[in-house]
Design a protein. Structure first.
Length: 134
C-alpha cells in the first residue's frame, strides 16, 4: 500500500489544482483502490493492478469517473494526466471497467480496444502517442 501513496498524492494534487479544492479528496484503500470522497465536482474510483486479470498486467483501471460538468474536457484532461502518471510509475496499460454508453464512446474515440464488450484497455504508449507526450 505504501508504494502507491505517491501515486495517490499525485492524483490528489491534480484534482485539487484542477477543481480548486483546498483539502485532500483522495484516499488509498488496503486493496489498492484510489477513490475520492463524496463531493460535488468529481467522482473517481481507480483500481491499481500489477497482475493480469480481465485486464492486462500493470494497469490503472478507471472503474468510475464522473464530473459534475460534462463535455468540457475534464475527462480528456484527466486521461492525459493519467497517461503521464502511468509512465512515471511504470504502468503499461490504462483500462476502463464496465463502460456505459458515454464511456464506451469515449474509449472508442481514443482507440481503446474492447476486452469483452464492456471493458476496454489501451497501452500507455498508444495514449502517449495520441496526446503527443514525449
Amino acid at each position: 500500500m505504501i508504494e502507491y501513496e505517491e501515486l495517490r498524492n499525485d492524483i490528489d494534487r491534480y484534482l485539487m489544482e484542477r477543481f480548486k479544492y483546498r483539502k485532500s479528496l483522495v484516499s488509498l484503500t488496503v486493496d489498492n483502490i484510489i477513490a475520492t470522497r463524496r463531493n460535488s465536482r468529481v467522482d473517481l474510483y481507480l483500481r491499481i493492478r500489477k497482475v493480469e486479470s480481465r485486464f492486462p498486467p500493470d494497469c490503472l483501471i478507471i472503474a468510475r469517473l464522473g464530473f459534475n460538468k460534462e463535455r468540457i474536457g475534464h475527462g480528456m484532461h484527466f486521461l492525459r494526466f493519467l497517461t503521464e502518471v502511468a509512465r512515471k510509475y511504470g504502468f503499461n496499460h490504462i483500462g476502463i471497467e464496465c463502460a456505459n454508453a458515454k464511456s464506451s464512446a469515449f474509449a472508442k474515440k481514443l482507440v481503446f480496444y474492447s476486452i469483452d464488450g464492456e471493458n476496454y484497455a489501451i497501452t500507455a504508449i498508444s495514449l502517449m502517442s495520441y496526446f503527443s507526450i514525449n
